[in-house]
Design a protein around this ligand. Structure first.
Ligand SMILES: Cc1ncc(COP(=O)(O)O)c(C=O)c1O
Length: 411
C-alpha cells in the first residue's frame, strides 16, 4: 500500500512546506507515535499549540461532550454556552481591562481583525511594526510580517502600503528608550498611526526577547500618539513563557491582545481580546464570519485554560524551562558553531552559526526521535517549545539526546 507521503505527493500542493517526512498515527502528552508505534518526543508541540499536551483527556472530553450537544449555530444567529464562558474566562485571566473577546479561528485571522479594528476605531491608516516580526499569512498580516523575505516577496504588490517597519531591539544589546522614541517620531511624522503591532518575543525569528522597558516604551508611544498597541501573543501567550502572558513581565497592558495556538490545544481557535472602550467603538457587523465562537472549539479552549490553571502549567513552564536552559547551557559550553542559547519558560532557542548546522542538528535529533523545528531570518535557529505539561524526566530525556547530537554536529 502507498505511504501517506506517496499519496500526499499526488494531491498536496508544494506550497505546503515540511520539516520532516513523518507519518503520525496518534499522539498523547509529549509523544507522537508513527504507524510502526515508534515514539517521538515532541518538543515542537505542533508549533507551540499542544499546550496541555496532545489529546489531554479533559480537552478530549470537552470536545466529545460539546459535539454531542451542539456543533455550530453561527454566533450571529444564536448565543452558545461555551462561547460565552470562554469570553468570561479570558476576561478573568487577561491583564488590566482586557474584558472583551472576539473569538476567531486562527492566529492570522486574529491579526487581520486587530488591524481592521485599529483602522475602524482610530480612522487612521498608518501601521508600525518590527523587523523580524511574524504575524501570519493573510494579506494584512503579511503586510506587517518581516521575518523572512519569502513570506512577502510573491505578494509585495498587494500588501498594505502604509506600513513603517522599525528595528526590534534584542535583550543584552545596547538600547535606550529615548533614542528609540526619537526614531519612532522621525519615521512616523508624515503618517497618523492607527496601531503599533509587536510580538513581545519574536517567534518565527528565533525567540528573540527585547530588553526590559521596550514594551513599556511602546505602550507610552501608543498612548502619546493616539495609536492602539496590539501585542501579538499568539505564540508567547497562554503560559508559554512561565507567565500567563509575556507582556506581564513588564506590567504592560495592550489595547488589543492577540491569542491563538496554545489557547485551544490543537483546535482551530484564536481570540482578539480588547479593552471595552476600544472594542465598543468598532461598528457593528463591520467584521464577522460564519465560524467565530464555534461551540466545539470554544469548549476545547475553555477546557485548555482550566487545565493550565488546575495543573499549574504556567509554573511548570517556568520550572521545566529553567531545567532545559541550564542543561542546554552545560551541553553547549565550549561547542563551536553554537552562537547563543536563550529563552524564558518553554520558549527556548539554540542559535547556530548558520542554516546548514541548524538543519544538521534538527535532523540528527529527529533520527533519535526528538522533534524540534527551525526558526530565524536565515534559518539559523532551533526552537524548543514542548507542551506545557512536559515532565522533568522528559526534559532529561531530551537533554540526553541533545548531549549526543549537539557535539556530533559541532565538530
Ligand atoms: C506570533 C505569531 N503571530 C501570528 C501567527 C499566525 O498564526 P496562525 O498560523 O494560527 O495563522 C503565528 C504563527 O506562527 C505567530 O507565531
Amino acid at each position: 500500500m502507498a505511504s501517506l507521503l506517496e499519496r500526499a505527493a499526488v494531491v498536496m500542493p508544494k506550497v505546503q512546506g515540511h520539516y520532516f517526512n513523518l507519518e503520525v498515527e496518534r499522539a498523547q502528552g509529549c509523544w507522537l507515535y508513527d504507524y510502526a508505534g515508534r515514539p517521538y518526543l515532541d518538543f515542537a508541540a505542533g508549533i507551540a499549540v499542544a499546550s496541555t499536551g496532545h489529546c489531554h483527556p479533559r480537552v478530549v472530553q470537552a470536545i466529545c461532550d460539546q459535539s454531542q450537544k451542539l456543533i455550530h449555530t453561527c454566533s450571529a444567529i444564536a448565543y452558545s454556552e461555551s462561547h460565552v464562558a470562554l469570553m468570561e474566562k479570558l476576561a478573568q485571566l487577561c491583564p488590566g481591562d482586557l474584558q472583551h473577546s472576539f473569538i476567531l479561528q486562527s492566529g492570522t485571522e486574529v491579526i487581520e481583525a486587530a488591524l481592521k479594528c485599529a483602522t475602524a476605531v482610530t480612522q487612521r491608516t498608518g501601521l508600525v511594526c518590527f523587523e523580524g516580526a511574524f504575524h501570519g499569512r493573510t494579506l494584512g498580516a503579511t503586510s506587517v510580517t518581516f521575518s523572512k523575505a519569502k513570506f512577502r516577496d510573491p505578494y509585495q504588490a498587494w500588501l498594505i502600503p502604509q506600513v513603517m517597519c522599525l528595528p526590534f531591539p534584542q535583550a543584552g544589546q545596547a538600547w535606550d528608550a529615548a533614542g528609540f522614541k526619537k526614531t519612532f517620531h522621525q519615521k512616523v511624522a508624515h503618517q497618523p498611526v492607527a496601531a503599533i503591532i509587536a510580538e513581545p518575543v519574536l517567534g518565527e525569528s528565533g525567540y528573540i526577547f527585547p530588553p526590559q522597558g521596550f514594551l513599556r516604551c511602546l505602550r507610552e508611544l501608543a498612548t502619546e500618539t493616539g495609536a492602539l498597541l496590539i501585542l501579538d501573543e499568539i505564540q508567547s501567550g497562554c503560559g508559554r513563557t512561565g507567565l500567563w502572558f509575556a507582556c506581564q513581565a513588564e506590567g504592560v497592558v495592550p489595547d488589543l491582545l492577540a491569542l491563538a495556538k496554545g489557547l485551544g490545544s490543537g483546535v482551530t481557535i484564536g481570540a482578539l481580546v480588547g479593552r471595552p472602550a476600544i472594542m465598543d467603538l468598532w461598528p457593528v457587523s463591520t467584521h464577522g464570519g460564519t465560524y467565530p465562537g464555534n461551540p466545539v472549539n470554544c469548549a476545547a479552549a475553555l477546557a485548555t485554560l482550566q487545565v493550565i490553571e488546575d495543573e499549574k502549567l504556567v509554573d511548570n513552564a517556568r520550572l521545566r524551562g529553567e531545567q532545559l536552559l541550564v542543561g542546554l547551557q552545560k551541553i553547549c559550553q565550549g561547542l563551536g558553531g553554537i552562537k547563543d542559547i536563550r529563552g524564558r519558560g518553554l520558549m527556548l532557542a539554540i542559535e547556530c552559526d548558520g542554516a546548514e548546522r541548524a538543519k544538521r542538528v534538527r535532523m540528527a535529533a529527529f533520527e533519535r526521535q526528538l522533534i524540534m523545528v527551525g526558526a530565524g531570518t536565515h534559518d539559523q535557529t532551533l526552537r524548543i517549545m514542548p507542551p506545557l505539561v512536559v515532565k522533568a524526566e522528559e526534559v532529561t530525556q531530551a537533554l540526553q539526546i541533545l548531549s549526543e547530537v549537539l557535539p556530533s554536529c559541532c565538530t
